[in-house]
Design a protein. Structure first.
Length: 84
């Protein structure tokens, strides 16, 4: 039997927009299982209020500037987190 190989070029945005909510949930679970995203990193946006959205923005920004923090700033953040 002959073997045929096919390559598809699918845009990520197109793929996600064509998924149902249950398929997106399945995709998130697969990404968590494969270690691409943390299990705690997914926030249910439909349950977010204004303060949650603001907190998410702040923590995302903090995540992107981590390497620019001084050791003192990093230690202060760790101290705050470790209180809880």
């Amino acid at each position: 039997m002959p073997y045929f190989e096919t390559e598809l070029d699918i845009d990520v945005d197109e793929f996600i927009s064509s998924c149902s909510k249950s398929e997106i949930k399945e995709l998130i679970e697969a990404l968590q299982e494969d270690g691409h995203i943390g299990k705690d990193s997914v926030i249910q946006e439909e349950n977010m209020n204004l303060l949650d959205e603001e907190w998410l923005k702040v923590t995302n920004k903090l995540n992107t500037i981590r390497l620019r923090l001084s050791p003192e700033e990093e230690e202060l953040i760790k101290e705050i987190v470790n209180r809880y």
